[in-house]
Design a protein around this ligand. Structure first.
Ligand code: NOJ
Length: 489
């Protein structure tokens, strides 16, 4: 079946190539690979680093992690960073997206004390990347919150906002002379889901259906503060761009000619993605989110809505805080309209309504939630274009997992082939302003509550070898060819 599909795609691509010389990525399109600090660095307490919530989870509650592992060593990039840079170079990509560990730079998370060894570590990586002609793309926050904030309620406590702003200013001061692309926060939806105990249950039990909205509220404010600090104090001398990365699941109406299904599908996208995108790229939360949470809160006999309200000044401050839009995409689902469930156990998914399902015939991979559905990417890119006035988009993550050690990773090659093709269709045929595509991930790494059981890497990492040996998988050659020819083959 896979072979037939691949053949069809190759035929399609060669027809494209014959019909036009232009079935190529535009000159300003950037290819990249991505990782994040906690998932690769290890060195969890090296040279003065402070403790993050994920260090604590890995040490005290590793029962929540599928293989009971932690990120103490991970890929050991704290020591092997130079080899990593060479692996990135070998791929011929334009950029490498990494994240900074907040507690490696400000060990206490809240204080003004800077850890020189942490600064040195990131300086070395940034400088080496630049020396090798690779643009470092930096995410400030990729889930490893300083442990200090955990007993205070983590992101549900607005106190995090000012500390994040302080951290952002510190980082722009330290590294901004060399950085042109910043991402404030990675996937707020996943961050906030943890406050209902879904992802790693990194926080205590919070009141259902309340904490995740409080978290979203504070994440949006923190992002906006970082944006304004950059905009006001650094942009004129550093000339970079800054935005946020949102993950987006594409919700396709189960029956596109049934208006109820169409409404239910869009409602899902607005609850998951619009809740962040609308305040930033429009003004305030989506109307449907405000109304539904208010109505359901009333049915639950609450005195007010579970969704917090922004003041007018806050809405203005968040509006427009993006120079491009970063998106991570892995999932497509069908949505059909469904009667609202009773008001027990409220949470965002229930508030969003509808019933979601996958087509069982979709090709899967090692991660149960990822199916190979490239048209979902194309549709969501078009939806963003039409809904938010065609912003510049960078796909900051997209990738495929194996659940065993696969070196001849044809599944991954096929995935990149069809997803890059969907990206190209969106650019060339639909006029979507996609400016970059970063593969998740450079190498196998610590996949949060899945530990080391899921492998997303272009490079294999041997986690039982103290040297954490890296070996290119077959997909490295494929990706190299894409970056070299700037086309899909
Ligand atoms: C998105 C997250 O940003 C990343 O940390 C994670 O590893 C990938 N999804 C794959 O699940």
């Amino acid at each position: 079946m896979l072979i037939v599909k691949e053949f069809a795609l190759v035929l399609f691509l060669s027809t494209k190539l014959c019909n036009s010389q232009e079935w190529k990525f535009p000159d300003d399109f950037k290819f990249g690979v991505a990782t994040s600090a906690f998932q690769i660095e290890g060195g969890w307490d090296a040279d003065g680093k402070g403790v993050s919530i994920w260090d604590v989870l890995g040490h005290n509650r590793s029962v929540l992690v599928k293989d009971g592992s932690n990120g103490d060593v991970a890929c050991d990039s704290y020591n092997k960073w130079e080899e990593d840079v060479m692996m990135v170079k070998n791929l011929g990509v334009d950029c490498y997206r990494i994240s900074l560990s907040w507690t490696r730079i400000l060990p206490e998370g809240y204080g003004t004390k800077i850890n020189p060894a942490g600064v040195d570590y990131y300086n070395k990586i940034i400088n080496k990347l630049l020396e090798n002609g690779i643009e470092p793309v930096i995410t400030l926050y990729h889930w490893d919150l300083p442990q200090f904030f955990s007993p205070l309620g983590g992101w549900t406590n607005p106190v995090v906002v000012e500390h994040f702003a302080y951290y952002a200013r510190t980082v722009f001061t330290l590294f901004g002379d060399r950085i042109k692309t910043w991402i404030t926060i990675n996937e707020p939806r996943l961050i906030c889901q943890s406050y209902k105990g879904l992802i790693g249950d990194v926080t205590p039990n919070f009141p259902l259906g309340v904490a995740e909205y409080l978290c979203a509220h504070n994440v949006l404010k923190a992002h906006a503060e970082a944006y304004h600090i950059y905009d006001r104090e650094f942009r004129f001398k550093q000339n970079g761009k800054i935005s946020i990365t949102l993950d987006i699941t594409w919700s396709e109406p189960a029956n596109a000619s049934n208006p109820e299904d169409v409404r239910a599908a869009e409602q899902n996208v607005l609850f998951e993605f619009g809740i962040y995108a609308n305040p930033i790229m429009g003004f305030d939360y989506p109307r449907v989110v405000i109304d539904r949470v208010a109505n359901r809160s009333k049915l639950e006999n609450l005195s007010g809505s579970r969704l917090p309200k922004f003041t007018f000044a806050e809405k203005l401050r968040i509006k427009g805080t993006y120079d491009f839009l970063g998106i991570n995409h892995y999932i497509t689902m069908y949505t059909r309209a469904a009667a609202d469930p009773p008001v027990t156990r409220p949470n965002l998914d229930v508030d969003a309504g509808g019933e979601r399902f996958r087509d069982p015939s979709w090709e899967g991979c090692g991660a149960a939630w990822i199916k190979v559905v490239p048209w979902g990417l194309r549709r969501l890119l078009n939806w963003i274009k039409n809904t938010y006035h065609n912003p510049d988009i960078i796909i900051t993550e997209s990738g495929y997992a194996d659940d065993s050690e696969v070196f001849e990773d044809d599944g991954r090659i096929n995935y990149y082939r069809v997803y890059l093709n969907a990206t190209l269709q969106a650019i060339l045929e639909d006029g979507v302003n996609v400016k970059g595509y970063m593969a998740w991930s450079l190498m196998d790494n610590y996949e949060w509550i899945y530990g080391y059981t899921l492998r997303f890497g272009l490079y294999h990492v041997n986690f039982t070898d103290p040297n954490r040996t890296r070996t290119p998988k077959k997909s490295v050659e494929y990706f190299k060819n894409v970056t070299k020819t700037r086309t899909i083959n």
